[in-house]
Design a binder for this molecule. Structure first.
Ligand SMILES: [Ca+2]
Ligand SMILES: [Ca+2]
Ligand SMILES: [Ca+2]
Length: 297
């Protein structure tokens, strides 16, 4: 009888210890991920929650970080962090300081209303990384070009796009060796492509390509079908589809294209998965009413 009482006591103690341990662990995690609404320039906190692969660090960066990206923002050979401040119009740039082995005080850059996404890439094809934001409410992108002479960013350039851009990507979308700026425009059925003009060394007027869906939220550029040419792919949250603008180097000649040398452009493929069966439809879009997708003025 006495032995049974001791066993019950040990069991109760074990359950109580486990519950307490779980509570403590949850509390620690809650503390690690909090982001107060103040800029805190203190060094990153190093968590006690380290394991054999990663050490968890946090840094208080300001109000509601919406999007974040890593890249060499100031072209000094060191990767930096750029984040979007949701509910505001700004981005924070955390440059890595190789002397202090820490991030400098965040640099705040004002974009436009509803800044939503950010990317670090060479937007103007001069070999220097730039920063570009998509601005949801303003239906625009803000381009922060890096000037290697000034060793600083030039004042931002605002370019309107064809709808509220939930995302932004910089890549060679038309396979001419030059980067473009591409946005998926939420609430529409299109993407905007800002083509770089190698002659004038600036951007051509924006061109639009229709996709399937009503609200593309994300866009990426890559060789989707492994034919050596980049394609554009979007994710549409409303129609539950991904659309692929498949680059076609040899589109069929049409009357509108003026003969046997049509301008290379995209076919549209979309994958419809909401009915449980993947349906693939290829649309060979006519070149009629299209602005040419080359990099000439
Ligand atoms: Ca850097
Ligand atoms: Ca650049
Ligand atoms: Ca290009």
């Amino acid at each position: 009888m006495k032995r049974k009482y001791i066993n019950q006591l040990v069991l109760f103690f074990l359950i109580f210890s486990m519950s307490f341990s779980i509570l403590i662990k949850e509390d620690v995690y809650a503390i690690q991920f909090q982001t107060p609404n103040i800029i805190d320039n203190a060094p990153p906190k190093i968590s006690s929650l380290s394991n054999d692969k990663w050490t968890l660090m946090t840094k208080n960066v300001g109000d509601l970080p919406r999007s974040v990206i890593v890249g060499d923002a100031n072209n000094d050979g060191q990767n930096d962090i750029v984040m979007v401040n949701m509910e505001g119009t700004s981005i924070s740039i955390l440059l890595w300081n190789i002397t202090s082995m820490d991030w400098n005080v965040p640099i705040i850059k004002v974009a436009r209303d509803g800044v939503c996404d950010v990317v670090i890439e060479d937007a103007n094809n001069d070999g220097q990384n730039d920063i570009v934001t998509s601005n949801l409410s303003d239906e625009s992108v803000s381009i922060f070009l890096w000037d290697p002479v000034l060793n600083d960013w030039l004042p931002s350039i605002r370019v309107k796009v064809e709808g509220p851009p939930h995302g932004v990507s910089i890549a060679d979308a038309n396979n001419d060796g030059q980067n473009e700026i591409i946005t998926p425009n939420g609430g529409t059925n299109n993407v905007s492509i800002l083509l770089w003009n190698t002659t004038s060394r600036t951007w051509n007027k924006i061109v639009t390509r229709m996709i399937v869906g009503m609200s593309p939220w994300s866009v990426d550029v890559g060789d989707v079908n492994n034919d050596g040419y980049n394609d554009i792919i979007t994710a549409d949250i409303y129609y539950k589809v991904i659309s692929i603008l498949l680059w076609n180097i040899n589109p069929p000649p049409t009357e509108e294209s003026g003969g046997p040398f049509p301008i290379p452009d995209y076919n549209i493929i979309f994958l419809l998965s909401s009915i449980g069966v993947i349906l693939i439809i290829i649309i060979n879009k006519s070149l009629k009413d299209r602005k040419p997708l080359d990099n000439k003025p």
